[in-house]
Structure formats: C-alpha cells, structure tokens
Design a protein around this ligand. Structure first.
Ligand code: NDP
Length: 300
C-alpha cells in the first residue's frame, strides 16, 4: 500500500474555527448580537477543568460572549437546576454546556433534560437525540465529537458517502449512536459493533469507513482494516510509556496506528485527529443555536 492520507484534525479544526469567527463577526455586524456560550463546571475534576478552560478560551477566540460558572463540589442538585433555569431564560446565552461527569449526588440526566433543547449545544437532550434519529438533523443540535468526525470524513473522502459500508465500534450516547445516525443520514450502510459483537475483526473487514469509539488502547488491529479504508479513531487512552522515562505516559487511540496505517487509505492520528474537532463543533453548535434563537436562516 502507498502511504495513507494522515487526516490533520488540528488543521481542519483551525479552518472550521476561522470560518466560525468570520460568521460570528458577520452576525455582530448584522444584528449587534454575539453568540453566547455558558459552560458550567461542578467540582474540581482536573481533566474537566482543562476542558472547560479550553472551551471558554475557544469561545472568546471566536468572538463569542463566553461565561464560565465554576461551582463547588458541594453544590446541590437544586442549586444547579436553578442555575440552568437562569441560563435558559438569559437572552444573551444561546448555548449551555454542563460539563460531565457531575458529582455523584447530582443526577446528570435530570439536569441535562432541563436545558432548553435549542440551547443544548452538547446535543444530549432527548429532543435533539430524537430529531437526529428521525433524520431531522437540520433542526437538531448534534453531539460535537461525532459531528466533528463526520466533517473529517467529508473533507477527506472525495465523493458522497452514500452506499459506503460504515462500521462504528461503540454504542455510547455521546459518540457511537449519534455517529451511526449521522452516517445513516449520509446513506451509508451502517453497522454498530459493541462488546457483544461476534467476530469483530470480520465485521470491521467489511468496512469502507471505520469509526472506533471504544476506550480500549490500540484494540483495532491493522489486519482488521480492508486496504484503502478510512479510519476515524475517536479513542483517547493514556498508557505507560517507559521509553520516555520512568512513570511517563502517552496518548493512544483505539486503533493500533502503526499497523493500521499500512493498510488504511486515510487515518486520524491520536492526538491531533478527532480531539481538536470536538471543541470546533461546540463553537459551530453555539453559532447555529444563536442564529436559530435570533430567528435567522441557516447559513449554507
Ligand atoms: P463508552 O465507555 O461510553 O462506550 C464504549 C463502547 O465501546 C461501548 O458501547 C462498549 O460496548 C464498546 N466496547 C467496549 N469494549 C469493547 C470490545 N472489546 N469490543 C467492541 N466494543 C467494545 O465510551 P465513549 O463512547 O464515551 O468514548 C469512547 C472513546 O472515545 C474513549 O476513549 C473516550 O475517551 C473517547 N472520546 C473522545 C472524545 C474526543 O473528543 N475525541 C470525546 C468523547 C469520547 P457495550 O455498549 O456493549 O458495553
């Protein structure tokens, strides 16, 4: 096989963000209103703190009105619900994101269901899940990671995706299921594989497109990949890297990259593939939510 296309998520995310920045500036010129994003963090989970800081920074870089609410781990469910209600009613806030995981004493699904669906920029509210599943993507807000994965596919594959065999490994509500819905909407023939799938290598070998969202380091081996396949690796796994020194770690995906790259037609690296797209799509969702709430037509 010749060298595969290395799908540069960083560069594609940067171009998406530049486009959003320009569109947000146009919105300000035309309406005097900025897209507004509120990110809510409860507790002191270090990884969540990094994600929230990055989302806030990205929103500011796009020219959005960005508000960060950092609440102590002792915050009660009632207090969090009251904050969500205030943000729902705040006309300057078009997108609300409650960073997961929440502390154990708070029921995440209760809180997420109280976010107004048209402000649900994570796309987790049942109304948005239903719209996407019903094939009404144009009125839904779509979860950011699968939406970003689809952008990578569309910018990599030359023609329409219709008719291609797509295998999504993983059936989570955050990645696997919405990814499958998006690929189905593109008229792919979609298989969703999971921990009970029989003979996963044989299933994956059928695929023209593989999306791995499992959370198991390098589980998908190179000889599972049909030559020429496009591989989107959503997984982010930290593993020990003794070659880098005692106690050192590195990030790897769910795909054994060095093996898969000898067969794939195109493949995302980890890091630098899907990861950067997630925040870019959060910005895209916030802009979309703002335009809808301001009664403006969708842009092409
Ligand atoms: P979940 O743990 O919610 O889901 C994992 C899925 O993988 C489940 O459906 C599970 O099947 C399936 N699975 C587990 N083991 C196997 C196996 N041996 N064979 C086949 N399928 C298996 O994870 P998420 O969807 O939330 O995340 C998946 C990965 O993506 C993680 O590495 C996560 O860190 C990463 N991620 C990356 C993001 C990004 O921005 N790039 C954003 C979100 C997630 P079953 O349902 O049967 O248990």
């Amino acid at each position: 096989m010749s060298e595969p296309i290395l799908i540069d998520g960083k560069a594609i995310a940067a171009s998406v963000r530049a486009e959003i920045t320009a569109r947000a500036a146009r919105l300000v010129r035309e309406t005097g209103r900025r897209p507004g994003l509120a990110v809510v963090l409860v507790g002191e989970d270090p990884a969540s703190e990094v994600y929230v800081r990055n989302k806030d920074k990205a929103a500011e870089a796009c020219g959005f009105h960005s508000v960060k609410h950092t609440l102590p781990a002792t915050t009660s469910q009632a207090e969090l619900v009251a904050l969500v209600a205030r943000l729902n009613d705040d006309a300057d806030i078009h997108g609300i994101l409650v960073q997961l995981p929440l502390p154990d004493h708070i029921d995440a699904s209760t809180v997420l269901r109280l976010i107004r669906p048209d402000k649900d920029v994570d796309g987790f509210h049942p109304v948005n899940v239903g719209l996407l599943t019903a094939g009404e993507r144009a009125s839904a807000l779509v979860p950011c990671t699968p939406a970003g994965s689809l952008v990578l596919l569309k910018r990599t594959l030359p023609g329409p995706l219709a008719g291609l065999e797509a295998v999504v490994i993983g059936r989570s509500n955050i990645v696997g299921k919405p990814m499958a819905s998006l690929l189905l909407a593109e008229s792919c023939t979609v298989t969703i594989a999971h921990s009970r799938t029989r003979d996963l290598p044989a299933v994956v070998r059928r695929a023209d497109i593989v999306v791995a969202a499992v959370g198991r380091p390098q589980m998908v081996r190179g000889d599972w990949i049909k030559p020429g396949t496009t591989v989107i690796d959503v997984g982010i796994n930290r593993i020990p890297a003794p070659d880098r020194g005692a106690g050192a770690t590195r990030l790897v995906g769910d795909v054994a990259f060095d093996e898969a790259r000898t067969r794939a037609g195109a493949i995302t690296p980890v890091p630098g593939g899907v990861g950067p797209m997630t925040i870019a799509m959060l910005m895209a969702n916030t802009l979309t939510a703002a335009r809808r709430q301001l009664g403006l037509a969708e842009e092409p």
